[in-house]
Design a protein around this ligand. Structure first.
Ligand code: 1YM
Length: 649
């Protein structure tokens, strides 16, 4: 289907600039002027959005029941090709725009399903709902092939959506569906136009879990790999995947699905399984979009879970008359769950517009999950027994933890004096102050020597901090390093957390640039995520990036933060004089002045702000890091330490 030459039939009438088309060009130009408004950013993150905008159209076609396979290819040149076996975008002339519907879809902003000939889609998954035209506007080349009734149609846009070859038939074909190929415009995506394989793979796999039976294939011609994802079990397999490094408390995954018709049609799918961790891992989605801030679907789930488990526990006499009910937290401990709803008109709220707001969804999820969870417990008494016992244990632990917290407040955390290891700064305005969390005493020493003591505080950590995933709250709070951090930050934690008491507006994690450093970062991020989440949400957590090499020639010293930079520096230096390259194995190898110059000086350093997704990712992958088997752990850290490098992706 690559034979583009033959122009058999002009489908589109001769192009002349009508009022409509001028508007179209102005629309696409607006996208190019302010891309951030449409795709959030022009960083790596924005670049990847382009892929999902196109894939979303294919997913919609799958949701409508016409497509069961979607292939995504990253070419050697970092072009993206998305192909599906759906009906193909309609090829006829569009009534309003007077040009082909294919052209309309990719040139009219927000065209999407509104132009559908059969009434558009039920649900649409696009993150920003902006659709293909935005991708076209931000591409230097954008091509579409549609296979329809034996004919292959082709249209070419260049230069941000300018029609260069209008839609025409270029030959016969067996292909049925839509194929899009685009080149992200390097003048817009100035940071990078290189796709991150892991990022694509994770989302593609997630989409496969969320849309059971749909096959998604990811090819990467750069690395010559192809991975295919298709899960007949849908969310049930997703939960098993999430739990694969944990020990399940019961063998059977709770799996629920249903449709509610009133007041509007809503689809609900939920899977859940308890495991030996002490934390809840509950992920919710609406129309395939991750709802990070939760919302009404999670509320409906929580209501149902707590009520049904309590009822069952009472009826079966696990709870005696004098016993208190299990709390929301008791029934969530160690629960891994994925909640997915599909709704034609989702309302998003919250700081990042990722909290689902539709109140009718609360009722729908509550109803479907209540009925089917109750049935599951009654039909599987052995599974039910294991679940209830786990919840009862959590309740006992909760009471113990409360006592421990009270004791902790009275001891370490309650002390108004700051921890002895902390080298505090002299300024008292938190907005100006920073605290460096430094691994190891020797690095701590250099940091103390190098810092600007007016606004930079140093807190050295001795060894590794406790894994908060694997320990109950009372143990976590008992941990010296954790206690010291909380006291130094000044915010307290849990119900007493108070961000207005934060003593430093920048909390900077500074570790070695190696596997252990990445590991400590992960531990810290997980701790912040689980215990001090608002610090991440409000953008107070940062990661420092120390250099990897010192390149010296005579008196000139330069620092390189990766291999490429090092090679560039070498090229710049004179070939006649000796070059000394030192690879830093740890922060401790730098003296005070070097550490200040390379990593701490606000006018020179590179800081990465931690986003909630990064911390969540750290949290999700955590068990693997902590697993008993060393080898996968090592590999994993090495690949995923990248998440630190790619925080902006
Ligand atoms: C690789 C990207 O865009 N597939 C795709 C898009 C559409 C259809 C099928 C489709 C939808 C409808 C009817 C309908 C789109 N059509 C439109 C519009 N893959 C990809 N596959 N027939 C075909 O919604 O009724 C927009 S997207 F508006 F033209 F109908």
């Amino acid at each position: 289907m690559e034979e583009r030459e033959k122009l058999e039939e002009q489908v589109s009438p001769k192009q002349e600039y009508t009022e409509d088309q001028i508007q179209v060009l102005e629309g696409l130009e607006a996208v190019r002027k302010r891309p951030g408004m449409y795709i959030g950013a022009t960083s790596g993150r924005g670049l990847h959005h382009l892929v999902w905008e196109i894939v979303d159209n294919s997913i919609d076609e799958a949701l409508a029941g016409y497509c069961d396979c979607i292939t995504i290819t990253v070419t050697k040149e970092n072009d993206i090709i998305v192909e599906d076996n759906g009906r193909g975008i309609p090829v006829g002339i569009h009534k309003k725009t007077k040009v082909s519907t294919v052209e309309t879809v990719y040139t009219v902003l927000h065209a999407g399903g509104k132009f559908g000939e059969g009434g558009g889609y039920k649900v649409s998954g696009g993150l920003h709902g902006v659709g293909g035209s935005v991708v076209n506007a931000l591409s230097s080349k954008f091509e579409v092939w549609v296979g329809h009734e034996g004919k292959l149609y082709y249209i070419l846009f260049t230069n941000g959506g300018k029609v260069t070859k209008p839609l025409s038939v270029i030959g016969d074909t067996d292909f049925r569906g839509t194929k899009v190929r685009f080149t992200a415009d390097p003048t817009i995506f100035t940071e990078t136009t290189e796709y991150n394989y892991e990022l694509l793979r994770d989302r593609v796999r997630q989409l496969a879990f969320l849309n059971k039976g749909l096959r998604l294939i990811l090819n990467d011609e750069r690395r010559e790999t192809s991975e295919s994802f298709c899960y007949e079990g849908g969310l049930k397999q997703y939960v098993q995947f999430l739990n694969k490094n944990r020990t399940p408390v019961h063998s059977e995954v709770i799996y629920v699905e249903g449709v509610v018709q009133s007041p509007v049609e809503m689809e609900v799918e939920i899977a859940a399984q308890y495991n030996d961790s002490y934390q809840a891992s509950i992920y919710s989605f609406c129309n395939n979009i991750y709802t990070q801030e939760g919302g009404t679907h999670e509320e409906g789930f929580r209501l149902a879970l707590t009520r049904v488990i309590n009822n069952y526990a009472r009826n079966k006499k696990f709870l005696k008359d004098q016993d208190d009910n299990l709390t929301n937290d008791d029934v969530r401990e160690g629960l891994t769950s994925v909640i997915s709803v599909k709704h034609a008109n989702p309302q998003y709220e919250g700081q990042t517009k990722t909290r689902l707001g539709n109140s009718e969804i609360r009722g729908a999820v509550n109803k479907i999950f209540s009925e089917q969870l109750e049935r599951f417990l009654l039909e599987n008494p052995d599974q039910a027994k294991l679940i209830i016992e786990k919840c009862l244990l959590a309740a006992k632990a909760r009471v113990a933890a409360k006592r421990a917290r009270e004791a902790a407040r009275k001891s370490v955390l309650g002390l108004s004096t700051l921890p002895g290891k902390l080298a505090d700064c002299s300024n008292r305005d938190p907005k100006l102050c920073e605290i460096f969390i430094v691994e190891g005493d020797s690095a701590g020493g250099s940091a103390k020597g190098g810092r600007n003591r007016e606004f930079q505080a140093i807190l050295p950590l001795r060894g590794k901090i406790i894994n908060v995933e694997k320990a109950r709250q009372e143990k976590v709070l008992d941990n010296q390093e954790i206690g010291t951090m909380i006291t130094a930050f000044g915010t307290s934690f849990g119900p007493e957390f108070d961000i207005s008491k934060l003593r430093y507006h920048k909390i900077i994690i500074m570790t070695d640039a190696d596997v252990d450093g990445a590991h400590i970062q992960t531990l810290l991020l997980t701790f912040f995520y689980r215990y001090l989440k608002p610090l991440i949400e409000n953008g107070h957590i940062y990661i420092a990036r120390p250099p990897l090499f010192k390149v010296q020639q005579g008196k000139t010293i330069e620092y390189a933060y990766n291999d490429e930079e090092m090679n560039e520096i070498r090229k710049r230096l004179s070939p006649n004089q000796k070059v000394v390259i030192q690879r830093y194995k740890g922060l401790g190898e730098m003296n005070d002045v070097q550490l200040w110059e390379t990593t701490m000086d606000p006018s020179q350093r590179v800081l990465k702000k931690v986003k909630l997704e990064d911390a969540m990712e750290a949290d999700m992958v955590f068990d693997m890091l902590m697993g008993e088997r060393v080898e996968p752990r090592r590999d994993f850290i090495l690949t995923n330490a990248k998440f630190v490098k790619n925080l902006d992706v």
